[in-house]
Design a protein around this ligand. Structure first.
Ligand code: NDP
Ligand code: GDR
Length: 330
């Protein structure tokens, strides 16, 4: 009999890649979706439009317990991938209360609902390298102390400890992936990689003149989302629940990303990128670099995409999309 999985955040970047991956593995895939997304599937569910007919979508929000409880009462799941969150770090400074509510309480509601109704369901929590924040050592591994630098980072650290506590207190199969930044052509436009690849393309096509960015010296360990969802799945197939860092082991500055993305289009980023102090965060994370040795040794996981391949794919996808938009406007 095929396994049944629930994905929260199925309309997001990772949710869409994970849903595809689980369908390919023969899973019955269910998704938790906000009502507004269910009602406006054309605009809000673009990342899963191509597979929507093969998914079972449930209306719910992570913002209240009855909503989550109702979904868990209706259907039995073998695995639950909890990806739903307010995931934009900048926004977490602007509205820390919503971030805390969705990311902390949402995780707690789901864990408690599973404990009450389906304690045998395996649980994946989308932890983040933002939990390391002002990192105490480099590279960062599972044993590196946490020092979050934003309301988002604090919310994910709390989610991590909630997940650990349900594992230890109730013997549930709960895992956290400590995932470093991962991107793709499906990345939201507010994140720096997509902001850069899309702007570089629009400048190349004469649709925009410049790109304004904040901190160009911040360094991140950037991988591809399609690689990272394989690691999420592998964690729930282990004989014992555990937490894993997932990263490429290479770090680049935002400036390097600009050079590569503009260079892909034959442009020099110095001519177009302007720094805007208004885009700096109240506290930023300067350098992240992950050591994924444990995932490599225990899960047999390693990334397939290089940073260059990732940026090239994103630039090419934005080029195609913007050309289509231009054709449609003509
Ligand atoms: P996205 O921002 O692309 O997706 C977030 C998802 O969460 C969307 O489906 C969104 O739904 C949903 N969501 C937000 N608020 C609620 C709510 N109140 N109730 C129900 N659903 C909600 O994130 P990613 O796919 O990039 O990331 C997936 C997870 O992994 C997140 O938890 C993120 O914090 C974490 N993470 C991501 C990393 C990355 O580099 N991408 C790295 C480390 C961790 P809607 O479409 O309706 O807005
Ligand atoms: P991050 O990703 O905060 O690492 O969180 P983001 O792409 O937003 O920022 C990366 C770095 O780039 C700097 N930066 C800018 N960032 C944005 N968004 N816009 C700008 O104009 C800009 N200019 C410079 C930032 O200051 C930062 O240092 C992502 C999210 O997916 C989280 O959900 C996830 O947990 C972490 O990655 C790992």
């Amino acid at each position: 009999m095929s396994k049944c999985a629930l994905i929260t955040g199925i309309t997001g970047q990772d949710g869409s890649y994970l849903a595809e991956y689980l369908l390919d593995q023969g899973y019955e895939v269910h998704g938790l979706m906000r009502r507004v997304a269910l009602e406006n599937q054309e605009s809000r569910a673009g990342r899963i439009r191509h597979i929507a007919a093969r998914l079972r979508l449930h209306s719910a929000t992570l913002e209240n317990y009855p909503s989550v409880f109702q979904v868990l009462s209706k259907q039995r799941f073998d695995e639950c991938y909890h990806l739903g969150a307010q995931s934009y770090v900048t926004d977490s400074f602007a509205d820390s209360f919503t971030t805390m509510n969705v990311n902390i309480n949402g995780t707690h509601y789901l864990l408690e609902g599973l404990r009450q109704l389906q304690p045998a369901c395996r649980f994946y929590f989308a932890g983040s390298s933002e939990m390391f924040g002002k990192a105490h050592e480099s590279p960062q591994r599972e044993t590196t102390p946490f020092h979050p630098r934003s309301p988002y980072g604090i919310s994910k650290t709390t989610g991590y400890y909630l997940t650990q506590n349900y594992r230890e207190a109730y013997g549930m199969f709960c895992c956290s992936g400590i995932l470093f930044n991962h991107e793709s052509p499906r990345r939201g436009f507010e994140f720096v990689t997509r902001k850069i690849t899309n702007a570089a393309v629009r400048i190349k096509l004469g649709l925009e003149k410049e790109l304004r960015l904040g901190n160009l010296e911040a360094s991140r360990d950037w991988g591809h989302a399609a690689d990272y969802v394989r690691a999420m799945h592998a964690m729930l197939q282990q004989s014992k629940p555990d937490d894993f860092v997932v990263a490429t082991g290479q770090t680049y500055r935002v400036r390097d990303l600009c050079e590569l993305a503009f260079g892909e289009l034959g442009l020099d980023y110095h001519d177009y990128v302007r720094t805007d102090p208004g885009l700096n965060r109240p506290a930023d994370v300067e350098l992240l670099l992950g050591d994924a040795s444990k995932a490599k040794n225990q899960l047999g996981w390693s990334p397939r995409y290089s940073f260059k391949e990732l940026v090239k794919e994103m630039v090419q996808a934005d080029l195609e999309r913007n050309r289509e938009l231009q054709r449609a406007a003509d």
